[in-house]
Design a protein around this ligand. Structure first.
Ligand code: NOJ
Ligand code: CA
Length: 690
């Protein structure tokens, strides 16, 4: 071969190409949602895995990096290229044993892209991308392979670079802040958000709404979103006490990173994306998981009228529990929650919950007696395990505690993990006390342990101060509800700031996108310290009723003291209580009808195994009129609409109780005009006319 300068250059180029880690021939793989609106591409340009998302032809997520960084190993951050890719599609419908709807359609396409290191040891991972009409989910799958066994993840490189971020509004609560997830929501330009918990909702200038969250958070750290550069949201995984984010081993998968996309705010509420990204039920027959309504020895403690701890004012007595059970039976509640029944409340349990016993009752509470009393009335005791997040103390007693409840016929337990967000305390294998975050990998596993241990005894769990919901109720249907936001309790005197009129409206478009919430609505005495008090419920009575429809939970509390549901005679019920008595907590179908984030929202839901529909609409501090089309009602049927609405004199500050209860005959073709007062609402039951 004739020597030429050209040849040398060409040889040199090939040599460099072969041995360099720069991926000159960038590959891009793409996938489109079944309806063609959502478009995702995945690329390896520059050796860095990346993706971008378009919706209806407009960029939503600009090119955003992906990757996993490992301690002491090369990991998957750079020098990577696409080896192969494939697309499959699936269109199925699955059934929820209980839920906001019975049948859930899962119609998606999935792209699996294998990324490999370009140099030794040629380790690889698969990126799974599922694209639905209502958004995108993607996760990393790292198979077992040579040289990759135990892995410490020190950073996840996933980014969400928001297109047109300077005109985007964000609705968010802080991530990794002192009180886990119990914050009022901020509404700010996206650029003003330093770090958020998910789900985090955004509104783009075009009106398109997004919510970034995660699904199937199992054996991994929770993802918060950090914004170091405007518009560039980066996964920031909550670390262990020692700074490692995730301690795992191959094979493993990460949770799904999810982006819900809708043309408007209401569209977000009708999405099934998070549930569809979770695995099917692993518990088999779950007919023992029972949605229902409950009351409880609860609010009186928050009002300081009774105490959790022992003494004169101890709330959880046998006698009081029995009288609550009488009330429950009379007015159709299936459960009575009793907090403070067990020993351990007489110390500063928020600072240190290690005194809690989960089997020993206070002397004035007889567990066997109250459960036997309830049995005769078909009213269940709802158990309570406040742990103060002393999780080793809880773990050591867990089997005995659930065994005891099972023996007593208790079918639901409310758990609690009150303490500072970074102060969940565990004792490690060497006897050393370690503090962990509520949403780090260690606690993620602890919460699931309580759920699976309970499942073995056919007990359902309602977690307070929980790990955020990521749709695991599909896989573990006994994880029946959670708190995970500022609930009604913040209207008690201990909270310096009560929930403002906007709060519950905001919840509908943010926290509620992750799953059911045990908000505990239905306070009828809004202001025990007087209407002028700052610390009180800042709603009208009609709005308190509407919350039962708007804030979905399969277990709903009538949170007030039982006597507050009765008139002065102690016999007749107060206006509005009938709605709670008629309400269900298990739905055939749910439809968000109207709304804007933080302004107002209207929902219609159809009761399971019934023709009844319910409607709830609530507004923020602004009064407004809504014209609601009743086209969700079944065709060819006529309904009696039992309407609970704000009265003419109503004013949440001065006259919160002015409630009009009226009946109208309506059908599917009608439109209902409703006026919501400031911080008001409307609650309606539609009963088929015989
Ligand atoms: C916080 C819970 O959210 C609340 O419902 C409960 O009463 C207290 N912890 C005590 O466990
Ligand atoms: Ca709480």
């Amino acid at each position: 071969m004739k020597f030429s300068v050209l040849n040398v250059v060409a040889e040199l180029f090939l040599f460099l190409l072969f041995f360099s880690s720069v991926n000159v021939f960038a590959e891009t793989k793409s996938i489109t949602s079944p309806d063609g609106n959502v478009f995702v591409d995945v690329s390896d340009e520059g050796g860095v895995p990346a993706y971008s998302v378009q919706y209806r032809g407009q960029p939503i997520i600009k090119k955003s990096s992906l990757g996993l960084e490992f301690k002491e190993l090369e990991g998957f951050v750079r020098h990577l290229h696409i080896v192969k890719a494939g697309i499959t599609s699936s269109n199925t419908t699955w059934v929820q044993p209980w839920g906001e709807r019975k049948n859930v359609r899962d119609n998606h396409k999935e792209l699996v892209v294998e990324f490999s290191q370009m140099q030794k040891p040629f380790q690889y991972f698969n990126l799974h991308v599922k694209v639905f009409d209502d958004g995108v989910g993607f996760r990393y799958e790292v198979p077992k392979q040579d040289g990759l066994g135990t892995v410490d993840i020190v950073d996840e490189k996933t980014e969400f670079v928001i297109a047109n971020s300077d005109t985007t509004t964000a609705y968010w609560i802080p991530g990794r802040a002192p009180t886990i997830d119990e914050y009022l929501y901020n509404t700010t330009p996206l650029a003003s958000m330093p770090r958020a918990q998910t789900p985090m909702t955004m509104k783009l200038a075009s009106g398109v709404h997004l919510s970034i969250h995660e699904a199937a958070l199992v054996d991994y750290a929770a993802m918060t979103l950090e914004q170091k550069h405007p518009g560039q949201l980066k996964a920031d995984l909550t670390p262990w006490y020692d700074g490692i984010r995730v301690k795992t081993q191959t094979p493993f998968v990460t949770p799904w990173r999810s982006i819900q996309i809708a043309p408007n705010a209401v569209g977000l509420l009708n999405s099934n994306l998070i549930l569809n990204l979770n695995e099917p039920n692993k518990l088999g027959d779950v007919s023992w998981v029972k949605p229902g309504k409950y009351i409880g020895i609860w609010w009186a403690m928050h009002l300081n009228a009774l105490t959790w701890h022992s003494g004169e004012q101890h709330g959880a007595t046998t006698e009081r529990t029995k009288s609550y059970m009488d009330f429950a039976e009379k007015y159709g509640f299936s459960g009575v929650l009793v907090e403070g029944w067990n020993q351990g409340w007489d110390v500063d349990w928020v600072a240190d919950g290690s005194s809690f016993s989960f089997t020993k009752s206070y002397v004035d509470f007889n567990l066997a007696e109250v459960t036997a009393y309830g049995k005769a009335k078909k009213v269940k005791l709802i158990g309570h395990h406040e742990t103060g997040c002393s999780v080793t103390n809880y773990k050591n007693q867990m089997a005995d505690a659930f065994d005891l409840y099972q023996k007593m016929g208790v079918e639901q337990v409310k758990t609690g993990y009150v303490t500072d967000h970074d102060k969940c305390s565990r004792i490690d294998d060497n006897g050393v006390v370690r503090n962990e975050w509520h949403d780090g990998q260690f606690m993620v596993n602890e919460y699931l342990r309580s759920v699976t241990e309970a499942a073995k005894r056919h007990i359902s769990i309602d977690t307070h101060e929980p790990i955020k919901d990521t749709g695991l109720r599909r896989t573990y249907p006994n994880w029946i509800s959670r708190e995970g936001a500022r609930g009604q309790e913040y209207n008690a005197p201990w909270s310096p700031v009560s929930n403002p009129p906007e709060h519950t409206v905001m919840l509908a478009f943010t926290r509620m996108l992750s799953g059911p919430m045990d908000y505990t609505p239905g306070i009828f005495n809004m202001a025990p310290s007087g209407l002028n008090a700052e610390r009180r419920v800042k709603n009208t009575l009609a709005k308190e009723l509407a919350l039962y429809v708007v804030l979905y939970s399969p277990v709903q509390m009538a949170a007030d003291l039982p006597e507050n549901y009765l008139a002065k005679d102690g016999k007749t019920i107060r206006p509005g209580f009938q709605f709670i008595m008629d309400m269900t907590t298990d739905w055939e179908e749910s439809k968000a009808l109207a709304g804007e984030v933080g302004d107002y929202v209207a929902y219609a839901r159809k009761k399971r195994n019934s023709n009844d529909w319910f409607l709830g609409a609530i507004t923020d501090e602004n009064a407004r009129k809504l014209s609601l089309k009743l086209d969700f009602l079944d065709a060819n049927k006529s309904y009696t609409a039992e309407i609970y609405r704000d009265g003419a004199q109503v004013d949440w500050k001065t006259h919160p109780y002015d409630l009009i209860v009226e009946k109208k005959t309506v059908k599917r073709t009608d439109t209902l005009d409703v006026s919501l007062a400031a911080s008001g609402g409307v609650a309606i039951r539609f009963a088929v006319k015989k």
